[in-house]
Design a protein around this ligand. Structure first.
Ligand SMILES: *[C@@H]1O[C@H](CO)[C@@H](O)[C@H](O)[C@H]1NC(C)=O
Length: 489
């Protein structure tokens, strides 16, 4: 085990896999780091890995006091523990040894308001605080995550050099930026995860349509996704999807593993928070909401199996597997376009959530910069994020990503294919809640006139809520029943 004579540059507490990997990443970039975990075996494990992975400058500490005192001032301590109460406990354990000017950095998926509470608790002790979103999974943490630090700007400046080396690197810089004040770092990470829910749902729908309306095999799907990953859809999630279809099932010895996986999706809460925030902010996020609902429905496996039997008993004929004559080549190309257009709508929703929250909280979020730091390291990293970045750079006040001239053109170019895919799926009874939510979002947003005039008339009829007119200013109320009935009497 290495022992530190000199003080470490930074510390990290909480040595589950993410914590270990981030600590090793920091050490590998040349920043001496102290690590701590209550469970001493976790400390030993991490120190061991640091030795094996290249004698990295990582120093194990076995109690909170030694840990804190082993870090140079002003101290920066990253904590990576389960969100909620464990964060408060860890802060309580460490902060008693910390001094004014030192910083606590929470790298977990924390609810942003908890971070805001902790910022004010910390500041009463003279401590600085950052709530930092970390995306990229275990591999990202080890080799370059996308980092979303929000809170004290001074605290950020103390570790800017570290974060910029540790983050994923893309052609226009490291995937980290100071997000903004308060809990903005956690909020941005939460929206990132909401977008991730949408992406995964949309990809699963593309798979469903290709498999069940197109009759494609897993090996064909592997080739298609690999091919898509060389074009406008190039992204981490498309890439891993191509891999997944190739993995054989070694357990049973035949077929591919993907077909043996129980169709129930797990979740940890950031998607639900995103949808709750959408409702709070009065921002439409139907694709993200559809992906959350799909996870809920997927969880009802027993009910769905029973329902399938009941509807079969009532004469429902499954169209799935009844492929008939499909033009595979055209279907594949249509699905690619539908997936792309649907994703753009989903990102537009996420960006609008960020902007609305930024206005509410005065965070001054830079949407172009956020798209930039998602270009590498994180789960939603994708080539087209560069174009999203440019759209917001061209026009920071862009009302909606869809009306950026480049994206608007792409939506128009893809809409025919998109409608064909959603139409085919509906016809075949293949649920595509994400793709159709995106299409409905597009069709609602782009229409200059909606049937909301009728809803307004109804509201005014039964509740005297008044309405505005299209041809003159002011608000109006009409005695609807008198006029309607009076006319016919
Ligand atoms: C240490 O490890 C345990 C078990 O892996 C974990 O529950 C705990 O939160 C960790 N963190 C700290 C700071 O002790």
């Amino acid at each position: 085990m290495a022992t530190a004579d000199a003080l470490s540059r930074i510390g990290l507490a909480g040595l589950a896999v993410m914590g270990q990997n981030l600590a090793l990443n920091i050490a590998e970039k040349g920043f001496p780091i102290s690590v701590y975990n209550r469970t001493t075996s976790k400390v030993d494990e991490t120190v061991d890995r640091a030795d094996r992975e290249g004698h990295l400058p990582l120093f194990g500490q076995y109690n909170p006091k030694d840990f804190v005192l082993s870090i140079q001032r002003p101290r920066s301590v990253i904590i990576l523990v389960k969100a909620g109460a464990p964060v408060d406990q860890t802060i309580a354990g460490l902060s008693q040894y910390m001094e004014p000017g030192d910083t606590i950095i929470d790298g977990g998926n924390e609810w942003y308001e908890n971070t805001e509470r902790r910022i004010s608790d910390a500041s009463s002790k003279g401590l600085l605080y950052l709530g930092m979103g970390v995306s990229g999974g275990e591999d990202g943490a080890r080799h370059g995550p996308s980092l979303m630090p929000g809170g004290s700007h001074r605290a950020y400046l103390n570790i800017k050099d570290i974060l910029e080396k540790v983050a994923a690197q893309v052609e226009d810089g490291p995937c980290v930026t100071y997000i903004g004040e308060g809990g903005s770092g956690n909020f941005v990470k939460m929206i990132h995860n909401g977008i991730e829910y949408g992406d995964m749902q949309l990809i699963s729908e593309a798979y469903d349509v290709l498999k069940n309306a197109g009759g494609l095999s897993n090996s064909e799907l592997a080739d298609i996704f690999a091919d898509w990953n060389r074009g406008e859809l190039e992204s981490f999630l498309i890439e891993i999807t191509a891999d997944i279809f190739q993995v054989k099932d070694f357990e049973s010895g035949h077929g591919e593993l993907v077909d043996k996986i129980l169709d129930k999706t797990g979740m940890k809460g950031t998607g639900k928070w995103t949808v709750q925030q959408a409702a709070e902010l009065s921002i439409a996020a139907p694709t993200i909401a559809a992906s959350l609902d799909s996870r809920y429905l997927s969880g009802l496996k027993d009910e769905r199996e029973a329902a399938a039997e009941i509807f079969k008993g009532q004469g429902f004929k499954e169209e799935i597997n009844n492929v008939g004559v499909v033009d595979k080549k055209r279907l594949i190309d249509d699905v690619r376009q539908a997936l792309y257009a649907s994703k753009i709508c989903s990102y537009a929703q996420g960006m609008n959530l960020l902007r609305a929250k930024s206005v509410e909280k005065g965070w001054n979020l830079n949407l172009g910069e956020l798209a930039r730091i998602w270009k590498g390291g994180c789960i939603i990293r994708a080539v087209f994020l560069d174009r999203i970045k440019k759209a917001y750079q061209r026009n920071p006040a862009l009302a909606n990503l869809l009306v950026d001239p480049e994206f608007a053109r792409e939506m128009v170019q893809r809409q025919a294919a998109w409608r064909r895919v959603v139409g085919l799926a509906i016809q075949k009874g293949i649920s595509v809640p994400g793709m159709s939510a995106s299409l409905q979002y597009f069709d609602t947003y782009r229409r200059a006139r909606l049937p909301a005039n009728l809803v307004q008339a109804q509201r005014d009829y039964f509740g005297a809520h008044t309405y505005e007119r299209i041809d003159r200013p002011g608000s109006y109320h009409t005695e609807w029943s008198k006029l309607a009935r009076g006319a016919t009497v």
